[in-house]
Design a protein around this ligand. Structure first.
Ligand code: CA
Length: 230
C-alpha cells in the first residue's frame, strides 16, 4: 500500500481549484492549494508535494517566476502548467522555465489527470534508474552515491551525513529538533548525544557551505536544532 500522493494546485480561479480538487480527491490524491504565487512556493516547501499544477496567470507573481523559484528549490518535482492561450505554451517551451507538461484552458479534468498519471509513470522509471540528487546552494548532493560536488571538488558523505541530510531535506525550511535528529538518524545508539549531531553538522557544512563558519544553508536554530534552506 503506497501513501497518497500530494498534489499542490497554485491557481487563483476558485472554480478551477474546486473542480480540480474534487476530481483529484476522487482519484485518491491528497490536494493542497494556494491562490497566490508566493503562498504556493511556501506551501510547496511545507508539503513537499508529489506534483504541482501551476497556473500561468496569478495575482502576485507570474507562473514563469513561480516555476523558476520552485525549480531552484526542487529540480525533480513534476510541474504541470495551465495557460489561457495556446500561444503561451510555445512561450513556456521557449523560456524553458522548467515545466514538465502544459495544458490550455479550458481543459478537460480527465485529460489533466491522465497527463498527471503519465508524468508519475515517467518519473517513477527515472527515479528507479538514476540517483537521488538535489542542490543546496552551489553544492550538488547525491544521496545515492554518498557524495557532494561543489566547485569541481567531490566530498564523500558518511552514512550518518546522508541520513541527516535526508531528514533535513524532508523538513526543508523547517527547524528540526536535535532530539528528533538523534532518534531518527542515530536511533538507539547508546553513545550518541547532542554533541554527536553538532559534530556531524560541522562536517556537513565543510562539504556543502561556501563559508562553513558563516553557513547560509544548514542553519542553527538556537536552543533547538537545525534547518536546511536550499
Ligand atoms: Ca489564474
Amino acid at each position: 500500500m503506497t501513501a497518497k500522493k500530494t498534489i499542490l494546485i497554485i491557481e487563483d480561479e476558485t472554480f478551477i481549484v474546486l473542480g480540480l480538487r474534487d476530481a483529484l480527491e476522487f482519484e485518491g490524491f491528497h490536494v493542497v492549494s494556494a491562490a497566490r504565487g508566493r503562498e504556493g512556493i511556501n506551501l510547496a516547501r511545507q508539503e513537499n508535494p508529489d506534483a504541482i499544477i501551476l497556473d500561468l496567470m496569478l495575482p502576485d507573481l507570474n507562473g514563469y517566476q513561480v516555476c523558476e523559484e520552485l525549480r531552484r528549490w526542487n529540480s525533480f518535482v513534476p510541474i504541470l502548467m495551465l495557460t489561457a492561450r495556446s500561444q503561451e505554451i510555445d512561450k513556456i517551451r521557449g523560456l524553458n522555465a522548467g515545466a514538465d507538461d502544459y495544458m490550455t484552458k479550458p481543459f478537460s479534468v480527465g485529460e489533466l489527470i491522465a497527463r498527471l498519471r503519465a508524468i508519475f509513470r515517467r518519473t517513477a522509471r527515472v527515479s528507479d534508474a538514476t540517483h537521488d540528487r538535489f542542490s543546496i546552494g552551489s553544492a550538488e548532493v547525491d544521496l545515492t552515491a554518498h557524495a557532494v560536488l561543489r566547485d569541481g571538488a567531490r566530498h564523500d558523505l558518511s552514512f550518518y551525513e546522508v541520513e541527516l541530510l535526508r531528514l533535513l531535506r524532508e523538513k526543508i525550511g523547517q527547524p528540526v529538533a536535535r532530539d528528533e535528529i538523534l532518534s531518527r538518524v542515530w536511533g538507539l545508539e547508546a553513545t550518541s548525544t547532542n554533541r554527536t549531531v553538532d559534530n556531524c553538522i560541522v562536517k556537513l557544512r565543510r562539504k556543502i557551505e561556501a563559508q562553513p563558519d558563516r553557513p547560509s544553508h544548514i542553519l542553527t536554530v538556537y536552543g533547538y536544532g537545525y534547518k536546511l534552506v536550499p
